[in-house]
Design a protein around this ligand. Structure first.
Ligand code: BTN
Length: 260
């Protein structure tokens, strides 16, 4: 066995499917960084890094992902594709959709574009997709889900964040993983050849923004309009007040306000 193989073997403590190892740690700064090192040491597609506590979790757009206490899900998964999937960033909203599926598609759980999981207006989960570049295509999918009520409350996130426990949903990290990993791997396989389009309708059915007024900032200007849902590329379509349509490809949108 070469050196890379040895590193991988040393860190693995179980497999979730043949050839797909899981590295389970009590504590790490960020599962994304653990996975990045493991990829350099030869992690196969489907490998998973799972941690119990995370001290420097990363969120989208340079934000932090707060660890609110024990019992939550912090996981990274590496996926590889021999081809070049088109519209790679739209895999991120698709991952949010796979998580909702894994949770049993509860009616109160919605998708907030691009890739947040909401429960009645509050966020309980997010997805961070990092592409490693080169060939074959490699992505590290990071998922954080708030499963447990935070022992010391939400602090500055009060009113914006929630957990499944607070919504009377009892889940452990391993139960979520067991159900989610096959769903996301299957989605990746279809996405690699067909892109986001096959999920458009299903994604829109779970979209919490559809038909609602949203606002966002683009080129230092505040915009507003009515969200129409996502298109075949996973971009958000918005109807502006003057009747024009606009596509938002990336970034952050907020409910309410604005004119446009
Ligand atoms: C977001 O909504 O901003 C995305 C949050 C993603 C957080 C997860 S937790 C596991 C993985 N490791 C990280 O450092 N970030 C992701």
């Amino acid at each position: 066995m070469n050196d890379r193989g040895k590193v991988a073997e040393a860190v693995v403590d179980s497999v979730w499917a043949p050839g797909r190892p899981v590295w389970h740690l009590e504590l790490a700064q960020s599962t994304q960084d653990c996975m990045r090192s493991w990829v350099h040491a030869g992690a196969p597609s489907g490998a998973v890094v799972l941690v119990d506590r995370q001290t420097a979790g990363r969120g989208r757009q340079g934000r932090k992902w707060v660890d609110p206490g024990p019992g939550n899900l912090f996981v990274s998964l590496v996926l590889r594709s021999p081809g070049r999937p088109k519209g790679l960033p739209s895999f991120s909203p698709l991952v949010a959709w796979t998580l909702r599926e894994a949770l049993g598609r509860p009616a109160a759980c919605g998708l907030k574009w691009p890739n947040d999981l909401w429960w009645e207006g509050r966020k309980f989960g997010g997805v961070l997709l990092e592409s490693l570049g080169g060939e074959p295509t490699q992505v590290i999918v990071g998922v954080g889900l708030n499963l447990r009520r935070p022992p010391r409350g939400w602090g500055e996130l009060e009113g914006q964040a929630t957990s499944l426990e607070e919504q009377s949903q009892e889940w452990t990290p391993t139960e979520v993983l067991r159900r989610w990993l096959p769903v996301v791997e299957e989605a990746w396989s279809t996405f690699s050849t067909d892109g986001f389009a096959p999920w458009r309708e299903r994604w829109n059915r779970a979209c919490v923004l559809r038909g609602r007024r949203i606002r966002w900032v683009e080129n230092e200007r505040e915009w507003g309009g009515i969200a129409q849902g996502v298109d075949d590329e996973g971009s958000l379509q918005v109807l502006l007040e003057d009747g024009r349509s606009k596509s938002i490809h990336a970034g952050e949108v907020h409910l309410g306000g604005g004119t446009g």
